[in-house]
Design a binder for this molecule. Structure first.
Ligand SMILES: C[S@@+](CC[C@H](N)C(=O)[O-])C[C@H]1O[C@@H](n2cnc3c(N)ncnc32)[C@H](O)[C@@H]1O
Length: 386
């Protein structure tokens, strides 16, 4: 990474990366691979010493991160006065320019101060008071770009963050239309990274919906940075040097490998889902390696000796009812009976999944899809034939 200097922006701070519950170990590995930092997640976040270049690198490259923050402080606060004083002691003027549009969001969990909206008001007031004093203003004009500040009050310890991502990092930009119960791109990427998917292994999603697993697996296979095509909150910040971003984009593009031609196939009973998957694959720039068929699970046949399925089938709750869901699980199990070298990874909240699929899983993990508690079932290739 080239070295530049942000004229007004600090060049050293704590970076805090958040992710979905259950995916922390994958994020930890990603961070280690990307920047060589090996630290555990605490309360769903991974924190390490960073700089503006790493802010860009993490936003562009991390597949499983929800958001990248700058952590500006951590204090004990049991009263509103303590909260106000804590906020006011942070050097906000280092990060936030005079004309910033400051937006505050936060959460109070298991703390004496429990009213989030009251805390939000106090935090906003204390930041405004500090900035007015430092910039010698009577009030903030708030006419410039947005700086979103987050606070998290947990067991009377409050932490403050500047959000560098803006829109959540699951919004890669390729999915502009909504299918039936789409999965977040970040959760999908975490599931793929937990599976045995590898670029030379045929890949299938027999319930492909809007194509998320097909596209994310193509990104992984070709080493395409998931957020290469989108912008972040810091892109609008006048005090953040654009050259850090340009350099991180160049670096990510250098790592892409379009000569890799993985065999990625999607199937769906719904014609519209097939069109949607192809539309999204074109937008993501990976349509050349993705095949999608309008076909029900009962017709699915593994087409090579080995392969990987990672999928998010119907849960039996919305458009497709419980009987449909059960039939899908039975037919998925049947389709794989004579293909012992195919692995299968399935997320569902349905507690009869293993029974209908016809096999006890090798491993399972609790994950949340759209805040619904689910199990992620791992079926590896059968041992005796591996
Ligand atoms: C939960 S959605 C998958 C969402 C997808 N992961 C995404 O991110 O958009 C389940 C999909 O299964 C499809 N489906 C339902 N019954 C099916 C069947 N019998 N055979 C194949 N696909 C089916 C639905 O049309 C729907 O697109």
């Amino acid at each position: 990474m080239k070295k530049f200097a942000c004229e007004d922006f600090p060049d050293k701070f704590k970076i805090s990366v958040s992710c979905a519950s259950g995916t922390e170990s994958v994020l930890k590995k990603e961070i280690n691979r990307l920047i060589g930092v090996d630290v555990p997640a605490i309360n769903g976040r991974i924190e390490f010493d960073g700089n503006p270049a790493l802010i860009c690198k993490c936003n562009i490259n991390l597949r499983t991160a929800d958001r990248i923050y700058i952590k500006t402080g951590e204090f004990t606060a049991e009263t509103f006065d303590e909260l106000y004083d804590a906020v006011k002691s942070v050097r906000w003027e280092d990060y936030i320019p005079m004309d910033a549009n400051v937006y505050v969001d936060g959460k109070c969990v298991k703390s004496t101060l429990f009213a989030t909206s009251d805390c939000q008001r106090i935090v906003k007031k204390a930041i405004a008071d500090r900035l007015c004093t430092k910039f010698k203003l009577l009030r903030l004009p708030e006419s410039g770009s947005t700086y979103k500040i987050n606070f998290y009050l947990f067991k009377n310890v409050v932490s403050f963050y500047v959000d560098t991502s803006g829109t959540g990092l699951h919004k890669r930009g390729y999915r502009d239309k909504v299918g039936i119960a789409p999965i977040k791109e970040t959760l999908c990427a975490a599931m793929l990274l937990m599976s045995d998917f590898y670029k030379t292994r045929p890949f299938a999603d027999p319930f492909c919906g809007s194509g998320t697993f097909l596209i994310e697996s193509a990104f992984i296979a070709r080493n395409i940075a998931p957020n290469i095509a989108r912008k972040f909150a810091f892109n609008d910040w006048k005090n953040f040097d654009e050259r850090f971003y340009k350099s991180a984009v160049e670096e990510a593009k250098d790592r892409e490998n379009f000569t890799i031609k993985p065999d990625i196939r999607g199937f769906d009973i719904d014609k519209k889902a097939v069109e949607l998957s192809l539309h999204h694959a074109r937008r993501a720039g990976v349509a050349d390696i993705i095949k999608v068929e309008n076909s029900p699970i009962k017709k699915f046949k593994p087409w090579s000796e080995c392969g990987t399925i990672v999928t998010n089938p119907p849960y039996g709750e919305r458009v497709y009812g419980n009987e449909d869901a059960k039939r899908c699980y039975i037919e998925l199990g049947d389709a794989l009976k004579n293909s012992p070298l195919w692995s299968c990874f399935v997320i569902t909240p349905h507690n009869g999944f293993e029974k209908y699929f016809g096999r006890k899983c090798d491993r399972e993990k609790k994950l949340y899809n759209a805040e619904k508690e689910c199990r992620y079932y791992f079926y590896y290739p059968k041992k005796e034939t591996r």
